[in-house]
Unconditional design. Sequence first.
Length: 378
Amino acid sequence: MRSSGRNSRGSGSGGKNYRGAGNRRDEQQQRAGRPRPEERRYDVGGGPKAGPKGSQGGPKGSQGSQGGPRTGSQGSQGSQGGGPKGGGPKGGGPKGGGGGRGRKPGPARPREYEAQLEERNRARHDKPQVKMPKTFGEPEGERLQKVLARAGMGSRRACEELIDQARVEVNGKIVTEQGLRVDPEKDEIKVDGLTVATQSYLFFALNKPAGVVSTMEDPDGRQCLGDYVTNRETRLFHVGRLDTETEGIILLTNHGELAHRLTHPRYGVKKTYLAAIQGPLPRDLGKRLKSGIELEDGYARADHFRVVQNTGKNYLVEVSLHEGRKHIVRRMLAEAGFPVDKLVRTAFGPIALGDQKSGWLRRLTNTEVGMLMREVDL
């Protein structure tokens, strides 16, 4: 009785099969020895006489390990017949439970099969795309917010907000819905009453220095306006003229209709000049200029006159008029008895020269273009 007790205790402590710990170890062995579903090989058998259960890695690995009847006891069931530690005195056979179960599970699919699948998938996706016949024509024009953004009115989101605020007009009608398509070349687009210039039109302001000829090309080789826009691909032309010795603002554009109206007497676009003359000046000089000075080609009248600066006999006067005859300001002041020493045009309609340096070319803003177009009813 004592020996049996010692044996039982020895087996319990030496084999470490006490309650709880052994069960966890068996579970770990079961999990480690049991191949995953995607790793099971169905072409691996235990021998020439392997039965249907001999090649399966089921939950009881010792059942039919060689295709025959069950061998071993319940202890062999815990070894799963093919785990790395499944073989032993209680496993019913050598390591691994016999057969091919002791082998390490191979890849789920052979490489040749994977290559065939890849080739098949490529063939399926590389087929030429079938183009269905169009049942509807392509929408014409561009989205309004895109045209506005390209014209410099802000981002597309900001232009959408302009539309939501009912500040945009197309052909005289206020637009309140998004997604309207327009033709920038044909449709008239306005924001806050100002016409929006499309991308195809260019508008520049040049502060022309003295000595530059008001032509785009000069056959005599003199410096001309074209020398300031030689890097422009689009052909530009000047709006009106300035005397060779006169400085100041002159507009360059490729918008023919706008240039024509800006220079036509019918629309009466004002030009403002600063003239340096010698005094003293009579008090009625401004009244005489506004009433009209008779020249050899008819009367010329100023719209506005004022003295800007006076230093001794040197006077700086401002003259505004809407006529565009040759040397008109110089001839008017000379006829009144005050020849001009220096003349600068400071504004063309609503576009002012400001602090733009002599010889500098700048692109007009969209607001300035809109004011020019409103000046001539475009």
